[in-house]
Design a protein around this ligand. Sequence first.
Ligand SMILES: *Cc1c(COP(=O)(O)O)cnc(C)c1O
Length: 400
Amino acid sequence: MRRLRARPGNGASGGVIYETLGVPTLINAAGTVTRLSGGIMAPEVAEAMRQASLACVDMVQLQAAACRVIREATGAPAGIVTSGASAAVLLGAAACLAGLDPGRMNRLPEVPDGRRAFVVVRSQRNMYDRALVVAGARIVEVGIPDRYSGPGVRDAAAWEIEEAIGPDTAGIYYLAQAQSRPALRDVASIARRHGLPVLVDAAAQLPPACNLKRYLDEGADLVCFSGGKAIGGPQSSGILCGRADLVASALLQMLDLDVDPETWSPPAEFAALAQLRGLPHHGIGRSCKVGKEEIAGLLVALQRFAAADPAARRESWRAILQTIMDAAGGDDLRIASGPVPMLAWDVGPAARGLAARLLAGQPSIACNMGRADDGVLLFHPMALTPAHAHEIGLRLRTLR
Ligand SMILES: *Cc1c(COP(=O)(O)O)cnc(C)c1O
């Protein structure tokens, strides 16, 4: 194979590294999906990763610094950087299952006393809740989602969640989405009555940036965010934030613990770890360790995201979509509003065929298929450059 090179390429085609690897780049209008490698990082974020790669640090101290930055951005008592939102769900569940007991940490995914049930509203089941099970949890589903499957009226009621709580319950899992029911506040007040933690998966609920604080305000004990979506951090980064004792437990279960217990002394940010009766071995989260480069990149991205003017952010996305429309011409494109505006192309039954032709073109263009069944192809601006947008518009023109 040719000697690999990673000198900076031109902005439109990305780094030369993919060229020397023989991997074609694509134009990603699907959104920051993991299958297509997420989004594009701002130079400042990439530079933070580069700088982090040039020196070594103690990972606990780096996570303590992360805790301070995440505290400020989210209002949470504590936070850590994880290798993604999915890892944050796994670590959050591990924290709820083991608490600050090193014996329980060592046993996961086994839970000797059987206290491992997570109550989950059936309509909130999703592909990512498997991370609960990986940590050792058992999912207990409640409610009938006839909002979707029947008369379109009811979903799980708060009392049904309460009824499902028993001696083996370890926590309640909540998927934060606009359509999620019952309201998080109601779920959290039940959990509080029973002394149980609520773990919220809010991976993709940004923007708006106020959601960084919202779920904690509504009573969540732990909240998970993806770092590689709207925050604009490295693709394999995420945030777990919330109650200090649970966050400290989660951190300990991810850290490498080849450490002499005599020399182990947790920093003030993770003071809860000082009460441990001993140090556990590598925890269940050791398999989803996060690197110093990801931590540095995520923290810079988080600060940029939290400080950005929401109107300016929206405007830059709209400008990307407008560039597609201008290059494409025609009157079959419209901007669909939402937390992130998207371009909608009304093509009817031809949707899947046209999407396949976009993918098969040179360069390959991946659009968002979320509404393909309604005959609409969507173009998501988050992972696009203006040059990509122009190229998409020209391609649409040839496909009409
Ligand atoms: C994207 C997503 C995840 C996974 O996030 P990663 O950062 O890729 O691990 C988990 N849960 C939900 C609801 C998501 O949308």
